[in-house]
Design a protein. Structure first.
Length: 97
């Protein structure tokens, strides 16, 4: 299903991957342990982050707030963006238009 967007999907996905990478324990979304994450080569981490961003993008079309490790991603349809937070602090966002 996904979220409504006006920007190129590939650009959004790349930016969203970078955004969720700022959640230091984002790998927990896939039930990975810290050691498993650390053993992945950089290319493997990049692939996991891209898969995470894609899963979240489509999941946010159904549930506007999804926990990711110690963070949370929130789809704000009123301002057409995805917010990435740790605790109550916004660390970044991805504009959809």
């Amino acid at each position: 299903m996904g979220v409504k967007h006006g920007r190129n999907y590939d650009d959004i996905l790349q930016e969203f991957s970078t955004a969720v990478s700022q959640i230091t324990d984002c790998y927990e979304f896939f039930e990975m342990e810290h050691d498993e994450w650390e053993q992945l080569p950089e290319e493997g981490k990049k692939e996991v982050l891209e898969a995470l961003a894609e899963d979240l993008f489509y999941g946010l079309g159904t549930d506007s707030m999804i926990n990711v490790g110690s963070g949370v991603v929130i789809y704000d349809c009123d301002i057409h963006r995805i917010n990435v937070l740790i605790g109550k602090e916004e660390i970044t966002f991805v504009s959809l238009i």
